[in-house]
Design a protein around this ligand. Structure first.
Ligand SMILES: Cc1cc2nc3c(=O)[nH]c(=O)nc-3n(C[C@H](O)[C@H](O)[C@H](O)COP(=O)(O)O)c2cc1C
Length: 196
């Protein structure tokens, strides 16, 4: 299923075609492709080039690892995300490697890297759904994540499937139009809140 953005102005198709499905087709993603997606993340910009992003990847061809990552999700996410052939945990390093002080932009940098990954995925006909709804403490224990790193997001990735494959109420949400704030509500000049 496709659900392209109704943009106010033209943008690249790898941005407008991206959306967050809950239905995933029963088709895996090969390792070479996954390597390219992580490569896209790796070449993202970061504050002081700290590259504070780390990832744990779990694929359905290794069922034990896949269900371990699915198990950290909240039940409302797990019910659909467990069908995604690839699950990725995004982790941010919260202190600077060069001086140990807090890196206030680590989560920003992780988000930028994940965005690059998703643009690369979309360009390759893949779909992804980011989730904040997971148990970070459980993820920390499952993967023995050190104190100075924070599990921030889980991404479900694969080929988007049919909305009809979902339970009815999720199928409705899957087909609902995408919405965004107008540019006037988010772009200002002279003072905060004063539209550009
Ligand atoms: C940081 C982040 C956390 C999110 N957490 C969840 C989540 O826990 N469950 C969920 O179903 N969707 C989650 N989403 C998906 C958003 O709801 C979705 O991106 C938003 O509604 C816009 O839709 P679109 O991605 O299709 O454009 C999350 C997205 C982001 C970026």
């Amino acid at each position: 299923m496709e659900k392209p953005a109704q943009t106010q102005y033209p943008i690249e198709s790898s941005l407008s075609q991206r959306w967050s499905p809950r239905s995933f087709a029963d088709k895996g993603v090969d390792k070479e492709t996954l390597r390219s997606l992580f490569e896209a993340a790796r070449w993202s910009a970061s504050s002081r080039n700290e590259q504070p992003w780390r990832f744990v990847v779990a694929t359905q061809d290794k069922p034990q690892g896949h269900s371990a990552l699915a198990d950290v999700l909240v039940p409302s996410n797990r019910r659909w995300a467990v069908k995604a052939p690839v699950l990725i945990l995004g982790i941010a390093r919260l202190d600077f490697e060069y001086n140990g002080k807090p890196n206030g932009h680590a989560r920003y940098d992780l988000g930028a890297a994940v965005t690059s990954m998703l643009v690369e995925a979309t360009a390759r006909g893949l779909s992804a759904h980011q989730m904040a709804g997971f148990d970070a403490q459980k993820a920390r224990q499952t993967y023995q994540i050190p104190e100075n790193f924070e599990p921030v997001v889980v991404v479900a990735l694969g080929h988007a499937g049919a909305a009809e494959a979902l339970p009815e109420e999720l199928a409705e949400r899957e087909k609902a139009p995408r919405s965004r704030l107008e540019q006037d509500a988010i772009i200002f000049e002279d003072a905060f809140g004063q539209s550009w």
